[in-house]
Design a protein around this ligand. Structure first.
Ligand code: PA5
Length: 437
């Protein structure tokens, strides 16, 4: 497995390529970089005080051992895993399963919705003896997750009696919340989401790792990749620290260049869920009305997920000719597969002749370059995160980079990236409606 480093290529945001109006200078990046060193020190102190627990997750070897031990039995006993969770509590698992999944004998169903018809279909074909229910909720009281838990718990209990307990795994706060209470009272197996780690920062807790291990993914390698990136996030030299550089660039474009839209376009089918995961991380962490000093700031920039090659045929029209108010991100994989396009019949003409005997991955690379060149031609700033190949080590780097970048960006905006006051208001409003009902 390749253990090469993720690269951030940001040439196409600079004035040399974009011109004065739409580009930024290296000096601008470097001068903000000096502030970041103070920020870096501050974050290191917080970390030492245990106030940034997500940063330490890749080092928790004991937890990995516990997960792997439990999963060894689960993989023998079950072949259908149902994951219940909302937002950050299931997006990480969804991303890991779709980006790295390859065990055809195991089936995974993620429930993060309130759709009776879809739910009924799942129940109708459920084989209780072979099913494992994984319920994830940091707070342990999210209505949607609780509704799904209640339905599935009853289903399993009715069919398996007291033995249903062996089929349920609860991943939640170690001390607080209704799910923790239930896990203790019903003697259910459980794993913690450590205090201070919210859903969107939980991919390296059991919330992401347990389902990933159930699929047989190499979670140790995933964490090794995260640790490699963690080492880079402590570097002072900007070119070696993609998390800082990317945070600065996105902040500068949003605040000084009026480009407050961040399009994240993945050029690998297996990475398409990265866009959803990232959009949640960035928007819920940075979209804040108040700064840490209590001033109204309306911080953040708007992330949009796009997919190469699909969105070359849709969203790209807007990004090339619509308002020049975006910074495009490409997430690419250097080494694709080696599937060959066969010889073409003459009826398919010139296009067929051009494609024949070409590797599909090569065509993808050509299209990726053509898209980036078109953007440069229209002076539409963009940058690229290059994964040398797609494997647990490189994905671990990418996910850790994104989380630390978000925290650095939060510092630049002067807001708290770890709370979500607006989301809490929705949750409270739901509660009010439930009382009324
Ligand atoms: O990232 C977050 O904090 C949110 O998206 C939560 O994960 C989501 O609201 C679900 O909350 P909980 O994990 O408490 O069930």
């Amino acid at each position: 497995m390749s253990r090469a480093d993720l690269l951030l290529d940001y040439e196409n945001v600079l004035v040399e390529k974009m011109g004065r109006q739409d580009g930024i200078t290296l000096t601008q990046i470097e001068s903000l970089g000096k502030n970041i060193q103070t920020i870096q020190k501050g974050l290191n102190n917080l970390r030492r005080l245990g106030q940034l627990p997500f940063w330490d997750l890749p080092f928790n070897e004991e937890e990995v051992e516990r997960i792997l031990k439990s999963v060894e039995t689960k993989r023998k006993e079950f072949d259908h895993f149902i994951i219940v969770g909302m937002g950050g509590s299931c997006l990480g698992a969804r991303l890991l399963l779709s980006a790295l999944g390859d065990d055809k004998k195991k089936r995974f169903t993620i429930i993060d919705y309130l759709d009776s018809a879809r739910f009924q279909e799942i129940l109708d074909e459920l084989e209780p003896k072979r099913t494992c229910l994984i319920v994830v909720s940091k707070s342990g009281k999210t209505f949607e997750s609780m509704a799904a838990l209640l339905i599935l718990r009853k289903f399993l209990k009715d069919r398996l009696g007291i033995g249903y307990r062996r089929h349920v795994v609860v991943i939640t706060d170690p001390f607080r919340g209704a799910f923790r209470k239930m896990a203790t009272e019903e003697k259910l197996e459980s794993f913690p989401i450590p205090p201070g780690v919210g859903g969107r920062f939980s991919v390296f807790t059991a919330a992401g790792l347990f389902p990933a291990a159930c699929l047989g993914l190499d979670i140790e390698e995933l964490l090794a990749g995260a640790r490699r990136m963690e080492e880079r996030t402590r570097k002072r030299e900007l070119p070696q620290n993609p998390a800082i550089v990317s945070a600065i660039i996105h902040y500068l474009f949003a605040v000084r260049k009026k480009k407050k839209i961040r399009v994240v376009m993945t050029y690998a089918e297996r990475l398409h869920t990265y866009g959803d995961w990232f959009c949640q991380l960035w928007s819920e962490s940075l979209g804040k009305k108040y700064s840490l000093k209590g001033k109204k700031v309306f911080a953040g920039s708007t992330p949009i997920a796009a997919e190469g090659v699909r969105d070359q045929h849709s969203q790209l029209q807007l990004y090339l000719e619509g308002p020049n108010d975006k910074l495009l991100n490409f997430v690419t994989v250097e080494k694709g597969g080696s599937l060959l396009i066969p010889e073409s019949p003459t009826s398919l003409g010139l296009e067929g002749r051009q494609l024949q005997k070409m590797e599909l991955g090569e065509l993808l690379k050509i299209e990726e370059k053509a898209t980036i060149d078109s953007l440069v031609g229209e002076r539409r700033p963009n940058l690229t995160y290059r994964l040398p190949s797609l494997n647990p080590f490189t994905l671990g780097q990418l996910l850790f980079e994104a989380q630390v970048e978000t925290v650095f960006a939060g510092e630049l905006w002067g807001i708290n990236p770890f709370d979500q006051p607006a989301i809490e208001i929705i949750k409270k409003n739901i509660q009010t409606q439930l009382w009324k009902g």
